[in-house]
Design a protein around this ligand. Structure first.
Ligand SMILES: Cc1cc2nc3c(=O)[nH]c(=O)nc-3n(C[C@H](O)[C@H](O)[C@H](O)COP(=O)(O)OP(=O)(O)OC[C@H]3O[C@@H](n4cnc5c(N)ncnc54)[C@H](O)[C@@H]3O)c2cc1C
Length: 478
């Protein structure tokens, strides 16, 4: 007997898990299918060498505070390293520290001659709030570029939207600081992506305990609490009958029948799901295929060391982890600290992201390195079925922003195949760990299934989501 549910969710990453949880709380029967036993996807926890660590993501500062509250988490329980970030000068000495207290951060920036960056950070936070208040963030009907650029009330920093990032930065930060603020590949893209990355000053917030196992456990608890079925296995095909998605076929022969299917994983991997092409135009499939060819520049290397790493620091530094931005190559280094009992041969973990291959992390003695694990795009594909290896599944650049993320006509979490929805880092508002795409996709499904007041599920987000639904009424009727 196949499992029969209202909604089958493919992918228990942060977006799929939160969507499944919301749909379960709305009273629907929900099954979530994932190749991994633990939820979290790219942001999930893993254990290696006996040590709990993260699969890929390691900072949780892009999750809006209201979203944490919705999940029952006190946002202040997250750990904010202080200093959060150390930039190293050419001689290897620390030259800039970003403190967790906004007051200290402002002083740091002023002393470093980066006063304009402070204004940019404030504008970015304000902009995201304006988008939320105007129903353009928590919404199943994302705005078009021109709506976003012109639809905000006076007092909102509109100039960022619709303006290339390069121009936004030129008016607020000296050239030497640009690499600290955004990835070079995004310089010519819309300032939306810049604001998205800078929205939160506590961007480097860490999970309590310093390991992403915390996030996986949280999601697992939520899913179980909402009565969601967890199905471990690989979804190989989306079942299509009479031109509608009606379930999921797993590689091992099991099937999950459903009234709707939410694909909450990397959209460039969608064409690999056999059967779906019967309802999706060939041109769209080709567009997604070509995205799969754009491999990521992000590689992650885990260093396991026998002796405690000694990253650059200064007096008063109060613990781990610490982030180091290494100009001129390398990447960001995280020091989650002691991960196993050294008395019993335990190891310390240092995680590096960027392009750190062949570089020994600052503060690590080369002879003390016990093991090195390198994770490139290929390993992301094996772990989490993310064939691009890109943190955001597809880049956060034009034309994949606003209601064209991932493709024109797909921007409202639906696809051309009735009954098939999407909601992941590939969907609006975009990648990283913030869970908003999953929330919006769940609302879209609830609306289409006839729920009249889905915003009521959203507690601290309810007012925003209600405005977001009004947007839908003004445009396409739900
Ligand atoms: C190296 C690296 C560092 C990063 N650092 C950060 C960071 O510090 N902070 C931050 O905010 N973001 C970071 N990110 C980005 C962030 O991790 C992702 O954007 C986010 O986790 C994506 O979540 P998601 O739920 O949309 O998708 P995913 O995490 O990709 O989840 C999709 C899930 O679907 C499953 N799946 C896919 N296809 C199938 C299938 N056919 N059958 C069954 N299961 C399937 C996968 O196993 C996976 O669990 C980083 C990413 C990388 C790669």
């Amino acid at each position: 007997m196949p499992l029969s549910v209202d909604v089958a969710v493919i992918g228990a990453g942060v977006n799929g898990a939160v969507a499944a949880w919301l749909l379960g709380r709305a009273g629907l029967r929900v099954a979530v299918v994932d190749v991994n036993a633990l939820p979290g996807g790219l942001a999930g926890g893993r254990v290696s060498h006996g040590a709990p660590g993260g699969r890929y993501a390691y900072a949780l500062g892009l999750v809006p505070r209201e979203v944490w509250r919705l999940l029952g988490v006190d946002p202040d329980s997250l750990y904010l390293p202080d200093p959060s970030w150390v930039e190293l000068g050419a001689d290897g000495s620390p030259v800039l520290r970003w403190w967790s207290s906004p007051g200290r951060l402002r002083v740091e920036l002023r002393e470093a001659g980066l006063e304009g960056v402070w204004g940019l950070l404030l504008d970015s936070s304000r902009l995201l709030r304006c988008l939320a208040e105007e129903g353009m963030y928590y919404t199943p009907c994302p705005p078009s570029r021109s709506e976003a650029a012109t639809g905000l009330p006076r007092g909102c920093p509109q100039g960022i939207l619709g303006t290339p990032t390069r121009r936004v930065l030129a008016s607020s930060a000296p050239r030497r600081a640009w690499d600290l603020l955004i990835y070079p590949s995004m310089l010519d893209s819309d300032g939306f992506a810049l604001a998205y990355y800078l929205q939160n000053m506590n961007i480097w917030a860490q999970p309590p305990g310093g390991s992403m196992m915390w996030l996986s456990r949280l999601l697992l608890r939520l899913l179980r609490g909402a009565g969601v079925y967890l199905v471990q296995g690989r979804a190989d095909a989306i079942l299509v009958e009479h031109g509608r998605a009606v379930g999921v076929a797993l590689r091992d022969g099991r099937t999950v029948r459903a009234r709707a299917v939410l694909y909450a994983a990397s959209l460039p991997a969608l064409p690999r799901l056999g059967g779906v092409d019967r309802g999706v135009p060939e041109a769209d499939l080709r567009a997604l295929e070509s995205l799969a060819e754009r491999k990521s520049w992000v590689t992650r290397v885990d260093f396991y060391t026998r002796s405690p790493p000694r990253p650059p620091r200064e007096e008063g530094w109060r613990g781990v982890p610490i982030y180091v931005y290494w100009p001129g190559g390398g990447g960001e280094y995280t020091y989650p600290g002691l991960i196993a009992d050294p008395g019993r041969g335990g190891l310390y973990l240092v995680q590096a992201s960027g392009s750190p291959v062949g570089i020994t992390p600052p503060g690590v003695v080369e002879e003390g390195i016990a093991a090195v694990e390198e994770h490139g795009p290929g390993s992301q594909d094996r772990c989490c079925m993310n064939p691009t290896g890109h943190p955001d599944h597809i880049p956060m650049i034009d034309p994949f922003l606003y209601d064209t993320r991932p493709l024109p006509g797909w921007g409202d979490y639906t696809t051309p195949l009735p009954g098939l929805y999407h909601g992941s880092a590939s969907s609006y508002p975009g990648g990283e760990v913030n869970m908003v795409a999953g929330i919006n996709a769940a609302i879209r499904i609830l609306l289409d299934m006839g729920h009249v007041e889905p915003w009521r599920l959203l507690g601290p987000l309810a007012a925003y989501a209600r405005r977001g639904m009004e947007r839908c009424r003004r445009g396409r009727p739900p």
